[in-house]
Ligand binder design. Structure first.
Ligand code: ADP
Ligand code: ASP
Ligand code: MG
Length: 412
C-alpha cells in the first residue's frame, strides 16, 4: 500500500472534537487506499504550559529532564488520536518516539534526527494496521534518553517519516490554509500561495515564518519529499493548500515571494572597541564558543582607532552573549567601554528567488521603509533575501508597507 504522512498541529488537535475532525480526514485517506502515518503535536498551548513549569523549577535546569517534561504533550494526543480512530473502526495504534524508534543526537531541546526505524511500523501495517499515530517532536538519544527537536519540531518529525517511509506526500495540517505571502495574522492583504519553492520556504521559515520548522523544509528539500501545507478546518479538497516544490515547477516568479518577521531578536552593541586586525575574530570567536547564534553584524566607522561593533542574536541568548564578552574582556582578548543590549527590536525580511535576476530590490525596500519614517538599524542580504533590524513598534507597519510595495496582494 502507498504510505501517506499527515501531520496535525496543536490547534488541529486542541480538543476532542478537533481530534475527531482530524481523525475523519485520516479515515478518508485510509478509504482512498493509503496506509497512513499520522504525526501529532501537543494540544494547543500545552507545550508552552510544560515549558513554563520547567522554567519555574529554576534557571539552570537539566535539559534531559526538560525534554522528559515537554515531550509529554504529544504522548497524550497520540493516544487520543489512536482511540478516536479505533472508535471509527479504523485499525490504529500510537507510538512514542522511542518505540518507533526515532533516533536522534543527544543535543537536548534541539536534537536532530539521525535515523528512523521503519521495521516495527511496517510489520504492523503488514498485519492489517491502517494508521500509525506517532507522537511528533520527540525521539531518543544514543544514551537512551528522551529528546525533543526544538519548538515546532513536529513538522520535522513528519517530513523525516515521509522520507524514511518513501511516502507519496507529507500533508501538514494547520490553522491556516497554506503558506501566505506573509503572516495573515498581521497583514490582512496576505495572499495564499498555491506553490512556493523549497529555497524560499527555507528562508521564510528561518527568518521567522513559523508555519513550518526550518529543519523540516531542509529535509524535504534534501529527500525530495512532496510537502503540502493545508488547513484542518476547511472542507476537503484534493488541490487545497500550498505545495512546497522545486523552483522549476513554479511558472510565475515575482522578485519577492514573501515577507517574514521575527520578534525574537536583540541588538547588542560593544562600545569603543580597538579597531585593529583580528578584533572581529576576538569578538565573534568567544560568542561562537558560547553557542550564541550571531545573525547580523555591523562595524561602525572608526574614530581615533576605536569603533563600535553591533551584532544581533536571539533574545534568549543575550545573557550568554554578555557573559562571553565579559569573559573575553577579563581575559584581555578584547577591550570595550560598555555592552548595550537593545531588546526592543525586530527583524523584517523580504525573500524571493526572483531577486537573483531583478536589480534594485533592496533599494526599493529601503525607500518603502523611509516613506514610513522607519529607521533601519542593521541590514543583511543574501542572494535571495534582504533583512533589516528596526524598532519593534514598527514591525506590523513595516510588514504591511513591504507587502504593498512589492505588490504581494496580487500574488497567489
Ligand atoms: P501548528 O500548531 O499547526 O504547527 P503554527 O502556529 O506552528 O501551527 O504555524 C501556523 C502559524 O504560522 C499561522 O497561524 C500563522 O500565524 C503563522 N505564519 C507566519 N508566517 C506565515 C506565512 N507566511 N504563511 C502562513 N502562516 C504563517
Ligand atoms: N508541541 C511542540 C511545540 O509546540 C512541537 C510542535 O507542535 O511542532 O513546539
Ligand atoms: Mg508549528
Amino acid at each position: 500500500m502507498p504510505i501517506l504522512v499527515m501531520k496535525f498541529g496543536g490547534t488541529s488537535v486542541a480538543t476532542l472534537d478537533r481530534i475527531r475532525r482530524a481523525a475523519k480526514r485520516v479515515g478518508r485517506e485510509v478509504a482512498n487506499g493509503y496506509d497512513v502515518i499520522v504525526i501529532v503535536s501537543a494540544m494547543a498551548g500545552e507545550t508552552n504550559k510544560l515549558v513554563g513549569f520547567v522554567d519555574e523549577t529554576g534557571p539552570f535546569f537539566d535539559a534531559r529532564e526538560y525534554d522528559a517534561v515537554v515531550s509529554s504533550g504529544e504522548n497524550v494526543t497520540a493516544g487520543l488520536m489512536a482511540l478516536t480512530l479505533q472508535e471509527m473502526d479504523v485499525p490504529a495504534r500510537s507510538w512514542q518516539g522511542w518505540q518507533v524508534p526515532v533516533e536522534t543526537t543527544s543535543a537536548h531541546a534541539s536534537a536532530r534526527i539521525d535515523a528512523i526505524g521503519t521495521e516495527n511500523i511496517l510489520s504492523k501495517f503488514g498485519e492489517g494496521m491502517k494508521v500509525a499515530v506517532v507522537a511528533g517532536f520527540q525521539g531518543v538519544s544514543p544514551e537512551g534518553r528522551i529528546t525533543t527537536l526544538g519548538r515546532g519540531g513536529s513538522d520535522t518529525t513528519a517530513v523525516a517519516f515521509a522520507a524514511a517511509f518513501g511516502a507519496v506526500r507529507c500533508d501538514i495540517y494547520t490553522d491556516v490554509d497554506g503558506v501566505y505571502t506573509t503572516d495573515p495574522r498581521i497583514c490582512g492583504k496576505a495572499r495564499k500561495l498555491d506553490r512556493i519553492a523549497f529555497e524560499e520556504m527555507l528562508e521564510l521559515a528561518s527568518l521567522g515564518a513559523k508555519v513550518l520548522q526550518t529543519r523540516s523544509v531542509e529535509l524535504a528539500m534534501r529527500f525530495k519529499v512532496r510537502l503540502r501545507v493545508l488547513s484542518s478546518f476547511d472542507e476537503f479538497d484534493e488541490n487545497a493548500g500550498t505545495l512546497v516544490c522545486d523552483e522549476e515547477d513554479i511558472v510565475e516568479k515575482n522578485a519577492v515571494a514573501g515577507v517574514a518577521y521575527s520578534r525574537d531578536e536583540a541588538k547588542m552593541t560593544l562600545l569603543s572597541v580597538a579597531d585593529r586586525p583580528g578584533i572581529a575574530a576576538a569578538i565573534f570567536g568567544p560568542l561562537a564558543e558560547a553557542g550564541v547564534n550571531v545573525d547580523m553584524i555591523v562595524q561602525n566607522i572608526s574614530e581615533e582607532g576605536r569603533t563600535d561593533m553591533t551584532f544581533s542574536c536571539p533574545t534568549n541568548q543575550v545573557v550568554r552573549a554578555e557573559k562571553a564578552m565579559q569573559g573575553a574582556k577579563e581575559a584581555g582578548e578584547i577591550n570595550y567601554s560598555e555592552l548595550v543590549a537593545d531588546q526592543d527590536v525586530c527583524k523584517v525580511s523580504i525573500v524571493g528567488i526572483g531577486m537573483r535576476s531583478h536589480a534594485g530590490v533592496a533599494s526599493k525596500m529601503f525607500s518603502a521603509l523611509r516613506d514610513e519614517n522607519i529607521n533601519i538599524k542593521v541590514i543583511t542580504t543574501s542572494e535571495i533575501k534582504v533583512s533589516v533590524l528596526i524598532d519593534r513598534k514598527y514591525m506590523e507597519l513595516a510588514v504591511q508597507a513591504l507587502h504593498d510595495t512589492f505588490g504581494l496582494e496580487r500574488a497567489g
